[in-house]
Design a protein around this ligand. Sequence first.
Ligand code: ARG
Length: 458
Amino acid sequence: MAKMWEGVTSGQTDCLADDFNSSIHFDKRLFTQDIKGSMAHAAMLASKGIISEEDCKLITDGLAGILADLKSGALDFDLSCEDIHMFVEQVLTERIGDAGKKLHTARSRNDQVAMDMRLYLRDETDGISALIKELIKALCEQAEQHTETIMPGYTHLQRAQPINFAHHLLAYVQMLKRDLGRLEDCRARMNVSPIGSCALAGTTYDTDRAMEAELLGFSGVCANSMDGVSDRDFCLELMSALSIMMMHLSRLSEELILWSSWEFRFVKLSDAFTTGSSIMPQKKNPDMAELIRGKTGRVYGDLAALLTTLKGLPLAYNKDMQEDKETVFDAVDTAKMCLKVMAPMIETMTALPQNMLKASREGFINATDLADYLVKKGMPFRTAYKISGQIVALCEEKGKVLEDLSLAEYKGFSELFGKDLFAEIDIRNCMEKRTSEGGASSAAAKKQLEELKKEFVI
Ligand code: ARG
C-alpha cells in the first residue's frame, strides 16, 4: 500500500521493516482519544479560519462516524497501517474525500501522539484512583468489625506488642491514601496540552493552542514545543506512582499469604480467591495474593524499561519513544487487575480472632508493659528491662507465660511488684492502654476509622 509519507522517498519499505515499525497493534487502544483530539483540532482550525466551516463539519461528522463504527465493531482496525493516527486519517479520507486531508494542518504525529497519551493516561489515572478507593472501602469495612480483635503486632516477624486487627489493616489504608495523592499530583502535571508543538518547533499558522487545550479539558499548554513532543515524564511519574502502589499491594499480599498459612491461621481467604492443588487434596493456595506479589516485579520492570529507553535520547522526538506505550499500558493494566482482585479478596476474607488471641498470649508481647510497670514504680528503665528479660527467661524455662507466675515469684525479682501488676500485663489492657494518637488501642483505631469513613464517604 502507498505510504502517507511517500514523496521524498519511494515509500517502498520492506515488509519486515513495516512490521517492525508499526505500532497499531498496541496503540489502537488510543482510538477514542485520537478521534476526540482530532475533533478539537478541526474545531480550532475552523475557528481560526485555517479550514472552512464546511470542511470542519465534514471532518467532525466523519470522525464521529469512525468512532461509532470502531466502538460497535462495524469498522475493523487495518493492521497494515503504521499506527492509529495514520489509520484514522486514512479512513476519514476514504469516507469524506479531500476534506480529510486537511485535518493534519498545523500538527504532527509527534504532538498528536503525546496528546493522545496524556488524554488516555488521564482517564486511566482516574480509573485507578477509583479502584484504590474501592480497596480502601473494603479495608475499612473489615477494620470496622475488628477494632477489638487482639493480634500480635510484629517487628522482625517476631511477636512484639499487642495491637488490634483494625489497626493493622488501617496501616494499609494510609499507604493507599498516599498513593491517591501521588496519582493526583501526577495527573495535574500530565494534564497540559502538547498539541500545537507540531513536529518540534511549533507552527507558522495562526493557531489557538489554548482553545484546543480547553476543548480537551487540559488545564493549560506545554510552554516549550520541544519539551512538548519529547516529554514522557507523565508516563514515568504514573509508573513510579504505580510501582509504589504495587509495593503496598505486594506487602499486603505477603501478609495475607502468611496469615492464611497453617503456621498463623489468622485469616481464612474465601474459596473464591484461593485455588486447590492438583495433587494435594488438603491444599488451599493463596494464588491471587501470590500473583499480585509477583506482578509487582513486572510493574517495576515497566518503569525501568522506559527510564532506560529515554535516558540517552537527544531532543526532540525519536522513534524510540514509541516504546513508551507497551510499558505504560502494561503497568496500567496490571495495576488495575491487581486492585480489582485485591478489593473483593479483602472483602470476603474471614478473620480468625481466636487464633490471633492465642498467638498474642504466647509471645511475651506484654514484656514491655512488665518493664513499664517497674518504671512507673520508680525503677530506672534499663534495670526494669533487664529484670523483665530474666522473668521472660524463667517463664520460657517453665513453659509458662507472664500471667501464670505468682506474685511471690515476681517478688523474688523485685519488691516493687504488687497485685496491681496482673491488670497491667493483661493482654487486652496492654493494647487498650496505647491510647496515644494513631496508637494501637481500639479507641485510637475507631477514631482513625471514623476519619477515614468521613473522608471516603463509606
Ligand atoms: N507511532 C508513533 C509513536 O508512537 C507516532 C509518532 C510518529 N512520529 C514520527 N515522527 N514517526 O511514537
